[in-house]
Design a protein around this ligand. Structure first.
Ligand code: FYN
Ligand code: ADP
Ligand code: MG
Length: 577
C-alpha cells in the first residue's frame, strides 16, 4: 500500500482499524502494558493512542535511557520490555541499549518508526532516511520489518517469541511511517492478531547429561558453584536456594546474582573470591558465562592448574566450551536443571569435606573483619568505605530497596560492601561495564516493581543519564540517587601537564551542585559531607518515596584508575621529551 491508498479511519462507526491500533492491540493481547519511549515523527500518535488505550507510556529525555529501562523491565519481568523511538537518530540512540540487552541476555524489543521504503531504498533523501533494519541486524537476536497492517499481529508475535525464548535478548521491530495509517476492516484486523502461546517453552536437560554432571560433582574435593544473572533471570529462586543448600557447596554470586541467596548466607564465598577461584577443583556455573569477568576460566585467577573441571548450566548450547572445555554441559533452564540435579542427588548426598569449607570460611572471615573496620570511617571529606558503610546499613534495614549501581570505584566498592538480601535487587553495568545505565534502570525498577530504588552513582557515570532525573520527578518515582562526587573520572586530582588553561581530561567542575539539578525539577536535593548526613538523607528519601538526589562529597583523591579493573588499561612506556 502506498500513502495515496490510505484512508482515514472511521472511528465513529468503529468498523475500521488502522496500523496504530493494531500495534497497540497486538501488544496488549500479549500482556505488554508498558512502553518506554521518546515521542516524535512518526510515532507520536502511537504513544498517545497507547496511553488512551490504557497502556502505561513513559516518556524519556533520550532514547538510550528509554532503552535501558525497557531492557531492565525485561530482565525483571521475563516479558520483553518495549522501547519506542523515532526514526534514524532516535533509532540509533536506542540501539546502544538494544545491543547491551542482547549482550546481557535481557529480553527487549526496540520498535522504531522509519521512513518510506521506496525512498530509502533508492536513497532519494527522505526525512531521517536510514536502512534501520540492516543496521540493527548484527546488534540483536532478530530483526523484523512489517510492511502491511495485516502482518502487524505476526510481526509483534515473532518479536516477542524471539526476545524471550531460549537465551533472551534484544529484538528490533521496524515500523515504516505509512504502516501506522494503513486502514483495514476492524473485524478482519482483529483476526490477524496473534496471542503467543508459551513464549519461552520449557527447556529440560537430558537425563544422561544430569548423570554426567552429578558424576563430576560427586568426585569433587573442592567444589564451587558460581551463580550468574541468568540464574536470577530464571526466577527459579526457591530451586536455586534448595540446590545450593542441599549440596552444601560454597557459592560465588556474580554481581547481579547477589541476593539470589542473601549475601549473609553462610555458604556465600563472595568474600573469599580469589581463594575459591584459585583452589576449587570442580566449578559449577549456573547462568553465568566464563567471559572477561571470570578471566575466561583460565590463567592466574584460576590458579593455572590444568586439572579444573567445569559443569555449566545454560539455556544456550553454544555457550559450552566458549572459553574452556566444559566437562559436563547441562543445557536447559536453570530451574529445570537444578530440579533434576536435586532429584538425582537423592537423600544420601554428602556435603564437601570440612577442610575445604574451613579454608573458605577462614579466608572469608579475614576479609569480612578487614572490611568491617574500614566501614566505620568517619573521614570528612568522605572516603568510599565511610560513605558505602552507611548505605550498607540502610539496605540492611530496607532489604526490599532495589540497588542500582554504576561508576568505577563507586561500582567496585559498592559491589563488595553493600549486601543484597533479595533476588534481582542489584542492577548494574552488566556484561559490558557500560556507563549510563543508571537513571533508565532506576526508573524501570521503580515502575516495574513499585519498590523503592537507591541508585548509587559515580559522578561521571551519573552524567550520562543525569537529565532523566526530570523523568523521575515527572512520574514522581520513589528513586533516591546518591552521586559520589569526587570531582572527576576515577579521581578529581589530575593536572594538565602542560600548565595550559584546560583541566586534565579526567577532571570535572569542582564541587558541582548535582543536588540543585534535582531541586530544579521539584525533587529533594541534599548536599551531604558526612556519613551521618548521607545516612539521614537516604533514610528520609526511602521513607517519603520522594524523588531525591544526595550529592555525597567524596575525597577527590580517594579513587583509583578504573577501580578494580585498572589492569585493563594499556599504559604507554614511551616518555616523549
Ligand atoms: C567481596 N569481598 C569482600 C566482600 N565481598 N570482602 C569483605 N566483605 C565482603 N562482603 C572481597 C573479595 O573476596 C575480593 O577479595 C575483593 O573483595 C573484591 O571482590 P569483588 O569485587 O567481588 O571481586 P573483583 O576481584 O573486583 O572481581 C572481578 C570482577 C569485578 C571483574 C568480576 O571487578 C567486576 O565485576 N568488575 C566490573 C567492573 C566494571 O564493569 N566496571 C565498569 C567500567 S569502569 P580477595 O578475595 O581477597 O581478592 C571504567 O573504568
Ligand atoms: P553473569 O554476568 O552474571 O555471569 P551472564 O549474563 O554472563 O551472567 O550469563 C548469563 C547466562 O545465563 C547466559 O549464558 C544465558 O544464556 C543464561 N541464561 C539466561 N536465562 C537462562 C535460563 N532461564 N536458564 C539457564 N540459563 C539462562
Ligand atoms: Mg568520580
Amino acid at each position: 500500500m502506498t500513502p495515496t491508498d490510505m484512508k482515514q479511519p472511521d472511528t465513529d462507526t468503529g468498523n475500521l482499524t488502522d496500523g496504530f491500533h493494531l500495534i497497540i492491540d497486538a501488544l496488549k493481547l500479549n500482556d505488554i502494558n508498558t512502553i518506554y519511549n521518546v515521542p516524535g515523527i512518526p510515532i507520536t500518535d502511537l504513544g498517545r493512542l497507547a496511553q488512551g488505550a490504557g497502556m502505561r507510556v513513559l516518556s524519556f529525555r533520550h532514547e538510550q535511557h528509554a532503552g535501558y529501562a525497557a531492557s531492565i523491565a525485561g530482565y525483571l519481568t521475563k516479558k520483553p520490555g518495549i522501547c519506542l523511538t523515532v526514526s534514524a537518530p532516535g533509532f540509533l540512540n536506542g540501539l546502544t541499549a538494544l545491543a547491551n540487552a542482547t549482550t546481557n541476555c535481557f529480553p527487549m524489543i526496540l520498535i522504531s518508526g522509519s521512513s518510506e521504503r521506496e525512498i530509502v531504498d533508492l536513497q532519494q533523501g527522505d526525512y531521517e532516511e536510514m536502512d534501520q533494519l540492516a543496521i540493527a541486524k548484527p546488534l540483536c537476536k532478530a530483526a523484523y520489518r512489517v510492511l502491511h497492517a495485516e502482518d502487524i499481529g505476526i510481526g509483534v508475535a515473532r518479536a516477542i517469541r524471539a526476545a524471550v525464548s531460549g537465551r533472551p535478548g534484544g529484538v528490533y521491530l521496524d515500523l515504516p511511517a505509512n504502516l501506522m495509517g494503513q486502514v483495514m476492516d476492524a473485524v478482519e484486523g482483529e483476526k490477524t492478531l496473534v496471542k503467543v502461546i508459551d513464549p519461552a517453552p520449557a527447556s529440560i536437560p537430558a537425563p544422561d547429561a544430569v548423570d554426567r554432571a552429578l558424576d563430576v560433582l560427586k568426585k569433587a574435593e573442592r567444589p564451587l558453584i558460581i551463580l550468574g544473572k541468568g540464574a536470577a533471570y530464571a526466577q527459579a529462586d526457591d530451586v536455586v536456594k534448595a540446590f545450593v543448600e542441599k549440596s552444601g557447596i560454597p557459592y560465588l554470586p556474580m554481581s547481579m546474582a547477589k541476593g539470589l541467596l542473601p549475601d549473609t548466607h553462610p555458604q556465600s564465598a563472595a568474600a573469599a573470591r580469589s581463594l575459591v577461584l584459585k583452589e576449587a577443583d570442580v566449578v559449577m556455573m549456573v547462568g553465568a558465562r566464563l567471559n572477561w569477568l571470570l578471566s575466561h576460566g583460565k590463567g592466574k585467577t584460576w590458579g593455572d592448574k590444568g586439572s579444573k573441571k567445569f559443569i555449566q548450566v545454560d539455556i544456550e548450547a553454544t555457550e559450552m566450551d566458549s572459553n574452556v572445555e566444559i566437562a559436563a554441559p547441562l543445557v536447559g533452564d536453570v530451574g529445570a536443571v537444578l530440579d533434576a540435579m536435586m532429584k538425582a542427588m537423592g537423600d544420601d548426598w554428602s556435603k564437601p569435606a570440612e577442610g575445604w569449607l574451613n579454608a573458605v570460611g577462614e579466608k572469608k572471615q579475614t576479609n569480612l573483619e578487614k572490611m568491617a573496620g574500614r566501614l566505620k570511617s568517619n573521614a570528612v571529606p568522605m572516603d568510599y568505605h565511610g560513605a558505602l558503610g552507611c548505605l550498607r546499613e540502610v539496605i540492611n534495614d530496607h532489604p526490599d530497596t532495589i540497588l542500582v549501581n554504576e561508576g568505577a570505584n563507586t561500582l567496585d566498592f559498592a559491589r563488595s560492601i553493600i549486601d543484597i538480601h533479595r533476588p534481582r535487587h542489584r542492577l548494574d553495568v552488566g556484561t559490558w561495564g557500560v556507563m549510563g545505565i543508571g537513571m533508565g534502570t532506576a526508573i524501570a525498577a521503580a515502575v516495574e516493581t513499585g519498590q523503592p530504588v537507591l541508585a548509587v552513582e559515580g559522578d561521571s557515570a551519573f552524567g550520562f543519564s543525569g537529565m532523566e532525573i526530570e523523568t523521575i520527578c515527572r512520574y514522581n518515582l520513589p528513586v533516591c540517587v546518591v552521586v559520589f562526587n569526587n570531582n572527576g573520572i576515577y579521581r578529581g586530582v589530575d593536572v594538565n601537564p602542560t600548565g595550559g588553561p584546560d583541566v586534565a581530561p579526567t577532571v570535572f567542575v569542582k564541587d558541582a551542585r548535582y543536588d540543585q539539578m534535582m531541586a530544579a525539577f521539584g525533587g529533594v536535593g541534599v548536599y551531604a559531607t558526612t556519613p551521618d548526613e548521607l545516612n539521614r538523607a537516604v533514610r528520609e528519601a526511602i521513607a517519603s518515596g520522594k524523588p531525591t538526589l544526595v550529592n555525597a562529597i567524596i575525597d577527590e583523591a580517594a579513587g583509583t584508575e578504573s577501580g578494580r579493573i585498572g589492569n585493563l588499561n594499556p599504559q604507554s612506556v614511551v616518555t616523549k621529551k
